[in-house]
Ligand binder design. Structure first.
Ligand code: ADP
Ligand code: GLC
Length: 482
């Protein structure tokens, strides 16, 4: 099939979270399955500065709020035969961050991503025909809206549009003053369409107009139909339930595998874990913690946002610091959480180390060096770090929500089954209870080996998920399903 992937992130070019990992691995996985795949991204500053780019000669001009706004298209090789087109307009995308700073979003995000979406459709017309356009999150959710009700995009009409919701909490809601940027008929600014409590809701539009919807785990696909997880869109999603599919994210084991990871101190595998001990002392050293092999080391790598369960972590931190363990944290995100987390080591430097920032190499080192990985998320559409942890022999302690619940099986000491530790209620005591359970297994070397072995043998490689996407594209496009 001919598949165009329109996304706001794609590793190694641009990443703030798991969406970047997913697009960066799914595109080459689909091309390995014999499809013609290309990715389209905004030409962010980091990409312009660090990657080899070629001119395509394609110039675009889109209508944006009655104005004509121009852009150009660059291209870079991409991974595994899936080239990446880059929509360039420096006024919008040549900035230090993708969406905003720790203080908040860029104020012109509606304009930036309306431009991007319109440019993608125009690019699709020039480079197509494409059978499927696969969009990701609110930043590209206007594409199905514009294709269906935006007029003058005739050539891209042949393409079926699939929208993946990686995170329902980010909907792209903007004040009514941004409505004119979409150049849509006023009758679509009503509760039946894109209006949402007086605002423009871009994701809502995408949910209504995409040909098929997916989200990144089966459990989250069910959860978002409920008021607890639906973020106000549960009704709209309910109206499209039969077109909504849960497809679990995979892992790119070329990047996340302790046996070949060049970013960690010493490679290791399930059959020989000696390197893991070296990775542990490496991370203790990097964080200035005492080099104690026996102290359980708890790791966190996270966007610092309410979603990630930081409030219940902060609630139990005093209890944790009274125990014989060590904690390392790597995170960046909202200023409020950055400040709270940065303060934690004060008075406890022998127990806890914190680094605020985005550091891919350090994320790998923590996965390898820690004994346990904490993900107490309030909600988690899929979550990738717990799946990486499994491969690195680092037992995940997770809340049983979304993809965390689908990928982690609670350890059962009698049966010897399970690959981690789960808790259900979103409370400090429930989280603490799961950590204590993990610690009690940790001291039993044989049992701990079992937990780790169970995790390390699990296989979440992309091929299976890529095939599920392909089957969906075929079904939606009316092509024969193989
Ligand atoms: P989300 O997309 O909600 O942030 P995921 O678990 O799906 O959560 O993916 C997070 C990805 O981002 C992982 O690859 C993780 O290693 C990475 N990551 C998150 N925070 C940081 C950070 N501060 N530095 C480096 N990598 C990070
Ligand atoms: C989102 C979700 C995360 C998911 C990732 C990739 O950022 O928060 O759970 O793993 O997207 O799909």
């Amino acid at each position: 099939m001919k598949i165009l992937m329109a996304a706001p992130e794609c590793v190694p070019l641009a990443k703030t979270g798991g969406l970047g990992d997913v697009v960066g691995a799914l595109a080459p996985a689909l091309s390995r399955l014999g499809n013609e795949v290309a990715v389209v991204l905004p030409a962010y500053q980091n990409i312009l500065e660090k990657f080899p780019l070629e001119q395509t000669g394609i110039e675009l001009e889109v209508e944006l709020g009655g104005r004509r706004v121009a852009g150009t298209v660059l291209k870079t090789a991409g991974d595994g035969g899936a080239p990446v087109y880059l929509i360039r307009r420096d006024e919008y995308f040549r900035r230090p961050e993708l969406y905003g700073t720790p203080r908040g979003d860029y104020p012109d995000n509606a304009e930036r991503f309306a431009f991007f979406s319109k440019a993608v459709l125009q690019l699709a017309e020039r480079t197509g025909p494409w059978e499927a356009i696969h969009c990701h999150d609110w930043q590209s959710a206007l594409i199905p809206v514009l294709q269906k009700i935006g007029g003058n995009t005739a050539a891209a009409r042949g393409a079926k549009i699939i929208l993946t919701i990686h995170n329902l909490a980010h909907q792209g809601t903007f004040p009514f003053s941004d409505w004119e940027l979409l150049d849509l008929d006023a009758r679509y600014f009503t509760p039946k369409y894109l209006e949402f409590y007086g605002q423009v809701n871009v994701l809502k539009g995408g949910i209504l107009f995409a040909d098929a919807l997916t989200t990144v785990s089966r459990k989250y696909a069910r959860e978002i139909l409920t008021p607890e997880y639906g973020c106000g869109l549960e009704g709209v999603l309910g109206g499209r339930e039969k077109d909504l599919h849960g497809i679990l994210n995979g892992v790119d084991y070329r990047e996340w595998n302790p046996a070949s990871d060049p970013l960690i101190k010493k490679q290791y595998s399930a059959s020989d874990l000696r390197g893991k001990a070296e990775c542990k002392s490496d991370i203790q050293q990097l964080y200035g913690l005492p080099l104690k092999a026996s102290a359980p080391l708890l790791g966190i790598v996270s966007r610092l946002a309410a979603q990630k369960g930081l409030d219940i972590f902060l609630e139990i931190i005093e209890d944790l610091l009274r125990m014989d363990l060590q904690i390392v944290i790597l995170g960046s995100g909202e200023e409020k959480y950055q400040k709270l987390v940065a303060k934690l080591p004060a008075g406890h430097v022998e127990k806890i180390g914190v680094k605020i920032g985005f550091d891919n190499a350090l994320a790998h080192k923590i996965e390898a060096g820690a004994d346990m990985f904490l993900m107490p998320s309030r909600f988690e559409p899929c979550g990738l770090n717990q799946i990486y942890s499994l491969k690195y022999g680092t037992a995940p302690v997770v809340r049983a929500t979304g993809g965390l619940d689908d990928t982690i099986e609670d350890y059962d000491p009698l049966a010897g089954t399970g690959n981690g530790f789960k808790f259900v209620d979103y409370t400090g005591p429930a989280f603490l209870g799961a950590i204590k359970r993990a610690l009690s297994v940790y001291v039993n070397k044989k049992a701990w080996k079992q937990v780790i072995a169970n995790g390390m043998k699990s296989d979440f490689s992309w091929e299976k998920s890529a095939k599920e996407y392909l089957e969906l594209y075929r079904r939606v496009a009316g092509a024969p399903v193989k």
